[in-house]
Design a protein around this ligand. Structure first.
Ligand code: ATP
Length: 503
């Protein structure tokens, strides 16, 4: 019996000889010569079967994620389902379907204009960083794809084929894309420090359900439309394709709800930047360049985020107290963010801000008067939007949303009361929530609302503050309890409808 014209016995003894030679080389040849021998063998193989190998790492040398890698991953996910032998299947809690990817070490052969192109997926555990961003010496998984093709098709693969893969990969990503809410990692020791982690974003807020003056709402929608469709315009005038919005108003006036409505309207991801945990300008820059196009970058409560407002520290009473606080502060100072106003301004409209496009930057504050004018001047924050106390027009939208009514005999009284009193939309919304199924629950809600508005003291702000005062629970914004409340409120607004956490 013969294989390729060679008798089987000769073939087997030939192979045995090669194996023997190989093990002898491995055992007796010094390492340096082994390396040379291997190199020579590679050259020989390349001479007989000339191939090129292109590696696509998950992360670039500078630590940024490699867009090409994710495009290839998306592209191969469709190919591998049909062709690969070993697949990995993943399903995040919020996704409807399974996502298939090539398993480690497995390969799939693609065909492009009659040329066969082989893709192999690899994964290695790396002990030390060795480039690609700081990992604090922790082991991490390095993932990459290798493309193999006959060297005769080098140009075809490097240009036409790769362009095709990128385009297809992007299209698949867009089709399957779930919008994401990113947040910057706060744990100093974590490998993810200075990077974004995300959860799927499914907030139901829309401009229809947002209570605010209809004219103002229309103006904002027009502005968002012209921004979204303004690619050519921004190019023509030579400006980076980005827009800044400053949302200001009392707590509970709907600033976070507005951001969620904006993201839903534009179909953008949200990057919720917790500025106080960003150690320095360099980290801020790194975070900025990691953000994707078509996104909203949010800094909530900008007045509390940094010492951008001059003197924010209160003078405390009592010398003992003072000393203790001072020593606490020195300890705190060590962990404090060193992000500067100029760093932040660079982030908004410096040269680095143009490293992406189609990005919206939103600042929110309860105290617009405390902000440095440089930070919010027109051009940086292009549109200043006041989220005010609840006026009758806003109330009507909330009543329609919450109770499903356009008119009611009690509306006239509510109109009068809202002209007199400063009530936040969140308090109105709270009182309109039906808490029973009885037929007259609409009336009950409106009566309850009327009572609550009457009880509001304009000097003390809104219903919420009054209730806090009654309970003697005025919180200092620096106390841990205050931070916990803030976090819980955040969870209640933007984070509320989100579940799965993924990196
Ligand atoms: N204008 C509004 N339209 C509709 N709902 C609103 C509005 N304002 C407040 N709400 C309701 O009140 C809740 C709290 O509002 P939101 O978190 O958006 O206020 P905020 O201005 O961001 O408050 P804070 O300054 O404390 O973060 C929301 O979950 C929403 O249901």
């Amino acid at each position: 019996m013969k294989i390729l014209g060679i008798p089987v016995t000769e073939l087997v003894s030939g192979l045995g000889g090669i194996l023997f030679l190989w093990s002898a080389i491995d055992q007796f040849l010094p390492k340096k010569f082994q390396y040379l021998f291997q190199k020579w063998c590679n050259h020989l193989v390349c001479f007989i079967f000339p191939r090129i190998y292109i590696t696509f790492n998950e992360y670039c040398e500078d630590g940024r994620s490699n867009e090409a890698y994710s495009c290839i991953k998306n592209y191969l996910s469709t190919k591998s389902v049909k062709k690969a032998e070993y697949l990995k299947a993943e399903k995040s809690r919020n996704s409807k379907s399974l996502e298939f990817t090539l398993d480690e070490g497995d390969e799939v052969v693609d065909e492009f204009r009659d040329v066969k192109i082989t893709w192999v997926a690899y994964q290695e555990t790396i002990k030390d960083s060795g480039g690609g961003g700081s990992r604090n010496g922790r082991p991490f998984e390095k993932r990459y794809f290798i493309l193999k093709v006959h060297s005769r098709y080098r140009d075809l693969v490097m240009e036409d084929y790769m362009n095709f893969v990128m385009k297809e990969g992007n299209a698949i990503e867009f089709k399957n894309r779930k919008r994401r809410l990113y947040t910057n990692n706060k744990d100093d020791d974590s490998y993810w420090k200075g990077r974004w982690s995300y959860i799927n974003f499914q907030h139901p807020a829309t401009f229809d359900s947002l209570g605010m003056d209809p004219e103002k709402k229309e103006e904002i929608l027009d502005d968002l439309d012209s921004f979204k469709n303004g690619k050519d315009y921004y190019k023509k005038i030579g400006k980076a394709w980005k827009r800044g919005y400053l949302l200001y108003g009392p707590p509970g006036s709907g600033k976070s709800t507005m951001i969620a409505a904006m993201a839903n309207y534009l179909d953008y991801d949200i990057y919720d930047l917790e500025l106080t945990t960003v150690k320095e300008n360099a980290e801020l820059k790194q975070l900025l360049i990691e953000t994707s196009n078509k996104s909203i970058i949010v800094i909530e409560d900008i007045d509390c985020s940094l010492n951008l407002t001059g003197s924010r520290k209160k003078n405390e009473k009592g010398s003992e107290d003072e000393k203790r606080k001072q020593s606490d502060e020195t300890e705190d100072d060590k962990n404090k963010s060193k992000v500067t106003l100029s760093g932040l301004l660079n982030f908004i409209d410096g040269i680095w801000s143009a490293c992406g496009e189609e990005r919206v930057i939103v600042f929110t504050t309860n105290h617009v008067e405390k902000l440095d004018p440089a930070l919010i001047r027109r051009g940086r924050m292009d549109m200043h939007i006041e989220m005010s106390y609840c006026k009758f027009e806003t109330f009507k939208i909330l009543a329609k949303n919450y109770l499903g009514i356009d008119e009611h005999p009690l509306f006239a009284e509510i109109r009068e009361l809202l002209e007199e009193k400063n009530v936040c939309p969140c308090d109105v919304a709270e009182n309109l929530m039906p808490r029973g199924k009885s037929e007259d629950h609409v009336k009950k809600c409106l009566v309850r609302l009327i009572e609550a508005i009457k009880a509001t003291d304009n000097n003390k702000g809104n219903i919420k503050e009054e209730e806090e005062e009654e309970e003697g629970e005025v919180q200092d914004e620096n106390t841990p309890t205050y931070r916990v409340i803030e976090i819980l409120l955040d969870i209640g607004s933007i984070f509320q409808p989100l579940s799965s956490f993924e990196y």
